[in-house]
Structures are given as C-alpha cells and as structure tokens.
Design a binder for this molecule. Structure first.
Ligand code: 3EB
Length: 368
C-alpha cells in the first residue's frame, strides 16, 4: 500500500467523489484506519428516486460516517459527494438547537467540524435565522473550546430573490453580522467562507451551514487586489459580508490554506457582467494573487502550490449559475490546476446577481 500523504495523516482531507464511488471509498478507509467524518451529498432527494436513494442510505448507514447531509445544491453532470476524512481519535455528538434542528458535530483535540440544516418556510426571515443559528454555533464552539471559526459554508435557496425587505442574501448578511457583533469575533478573525444559493425547487428547502472551528486561531488573509468583504460599500448590503478571503491552519507538519468562494470582483466591483470566460479568468487571477499573498505572509518551508506535492494536490470546487457553462470553463480551470485530482462542479447562484461563477479551493503544504 502507498504511504498516506501528510495531509491524510495530519489533518482533515477532503475528496470530491461521484456517488458511485462512495461505498468503495469508505471500505478502503476502514482498512487504513482512517475516519470518515462528514459526507455531503450534492444532489437532491427527488420524487421517484426514493428507492435508489434509500438503498444507498441503508448501505451508508452501515459504514458509520459521523455526519451526513444534503447540501441542497445539484451537481453538474454525475452526482457528486464530498467526503471529509480524518485520522486518529474523533468523537461524534449532536446538540438539539431547536425542535427540528440539530447541530451535528465531530471533534478531536484541536478541531471541531459541524453542520446545521435549518428547514425554511415560505416566509422565513433569513436575517432572523442566520442571526439565531450563527449565535448558537458561536456559543456552542466556545463551550467546546474550539472557539475560532476557520471556514464556513452557507447554502440556501433563492439567494437573489427578495426576502422580507431586502434581497435574501443581504438579510442573511445582516443576521450573520449581528451574531458576530454580539460575540467575541472581530473583523480580523472572520472565517473564510462561501455563500451561494441552492436549488429553489427542493422538496424541503433548507439553510445549510457547515463549519470548521479550531482551538487555536487560524491566520486570516485578505486579497490585496480586492477590498475586504467586510469593508464593501453599504450598497452591496447594509451590513457587509462577514468573511475573510482565506484562512490558514497548521496541524503537525501540515499547513492548510482554505480559500473562500472567489468571484470576478476587483476592488469591490463585479467585472465582466455576462461574460463567463472573462469572469473565469478574473476569478483565477484573484485566486493566484491570494495564494501568492499567502505564501509571502506565512509559508514557512514549502509554499502553497497549484502543483501536487508530498502534502497533496489542491482541491477545487466550482459553483456555476448556468450548468451549460461547465463546458466553457472546464478547460480553463483544467489549465489552471492541471494536478488536481478532485474537482467538483455544482449548480449554484452566486450571491451577486450579475456574477455567474465562484470558485473555492483547499491547498496543503508541508512545514518542518
Ligand atoms: C465576494 O467575493 C463574492 O457572504 O460568505 C464569496 C464568499 C462571496 C463568501 C459570503 C460571499 C461570501 O464578495 C461573494
């Protein structure tokens, strides 16, 4: 058997796999004494496919993944899953936040990963819900002494539609901002994040929040070519989006760079409205600038690289508003990260109406 990569021995490793490979991947993990922590299905439970889904779910049940959930997003092409893997001792738990809402989590000494799926009603206020549940997450991770949020994902339907007063994304931003403002999290330690719109025709619409929290604070980065999201002018949202462009965390010999959802934004302005090719090029430019900046700020030995190394290769997730754009952007992204083994294309609405693509990444590097 191959010696596991450093990223696989020391930290959470994330793989994007087609659903058809999940059961096999899980049985391989068992043989290697590695722990399946979280499985995200990027496809919906649709009427008519119930039988097939329940078969998959039943087999999965026997494989003991700590946390399983549906993102509410749809894959473009084959149905994709996201499998998070740990090693060593992890413990599972869950906490009831509300009648229908559990926070599922698993944690080791340094790290806690968790998820909350919040059922949405027609008239749910995204502001109230995000404020309420962010506050509960923040309180919970403090109790668990993993009080530093490192990385968060936020998925909810109809992100660009109007909510009670404002656009639903803006209402979400206000609630999130208020929750952070009421706690100890300041601008300079906002987590890296992604926030995109999930499919609106879901059978049971949800706001899904997934997060990584750590005992010691990560390092948070901004992109020199972009205004920090938390300093955007107020016309984007009365309370600016509370996230960092990237975060870095060390465990053992590994350092990991979590890059937030990144779009075709320069300064604070959206660029290349209606032009998916140039939006993709601009997004890649932003990603490269951020990686370069991360390396200048803090790489200790090995640099974060787009190429694969002893610490592993980057993984990359691409959110597209229009599934048909995959054909156009795939060759551009392939040329950008030729070494990546794991790339995941999802259909999602970018939180700015005029933008059609958002990309997030996770890179590993080795330190002494
Ligand atoms: C941007 O750069 C694009 O509100 O958490 C990207 C990543 C974006 C995260 C969020 C929003 C968020 O402003 C949008």
């Amino acid at each position: 058997m191959f010696e596991p990569l450093i990223s696989e021995k020391e930290a959470i490793s994330i793989k994007y796999l087609p659903q058809s490979q999940i059961l096999l991947a899980l049985s391989d993990l068992r043989e290697q004494n590695r722990v399946p922590l979280l499985l995200v299905n990027h496809f919906q439970q649709k009427k008519g496919t119930y039988k097939q889904d329940s078969e998959y779910t039943r087999k999965l049940g026997a494989n003991d993944v700590f946390i399983q959930l549906q993102s509410g997003l749809d894959s473009i092409g084959e149905q994709q899953c996201e499998l998070w893997i740990g090693s060593g001792q992890w413990q599972y738990g869950h906490k009831e936040l509300d009648v229908d809402v559990d926070l599922s989590f698993c944690s080791n000494e340094n790290t806690l990963i968790g998820s909350v799926s919040i059922p949405l009603e027609e008239n749910s206020s995204l502001q109230n819900l995000s404020q309420l549940y962010y506050k509960q997450i923040i309180d919970f991770i403090s109790e668990q002494s993993k009080q530093h949020l490192l990385r968060m994902w936020n998925y909810f339907p109809d992100i660009n539609q109007s909510g009670h007063v404002l656009e639903r994304y803006q209402e979400f931003c206000i609630g999130r901002h208020n929750a952070f403002a009421s706690g100890a999290t300041k601008e300079f330690d906002y987590p890296a994040a992604s926030a995109v719109g999930s499919a609106s025709q879901a059978l049971s619409p949800k706001m899904v929040i997934i997060f990584i929290a750590t005992h010691e604070s990560g390092l948070f980065l901004e992109n020199p070519d972009q205004i920090s999201a938390y300093q955007y002018p107020s016309h984007y949202s009365p309370k600016s989006p509370s996230f960092a462009r990237a975060s870095i965390y060390h465990t053992g010999k590994l350092q990991q760079l979590h890059i937030s959802g990144t779009a075709s934004i320069v300064g604070h302005e959206s660029k290349f409205h209606g032009d998916i090719i140039n939006q993709t090029h601009q997004t890649i430019k932003n990603l490269k600038r951020l990686i370069k900046h991360g390396n200048e700020e803090c790489a200790q030995n090995e640099q974060f690289s787009l190429m694969s190394s002893s610490a592993g290769a980057p993984i990359i997730k691409v959110y597209l508003r229009n599934p048909a754009d995959k054909e156009i952007v795939a060759p551009i992204i392939q040329a950008f990260t030729p070494d990546t083994q794991y790339i995941c294309y999802l259909q999602a609405d970018v939180c700015r109406q005029e933008l059609d693509i958002e990309i997030e990444m996770l890179l590993n590097s080795q330190r002494e």
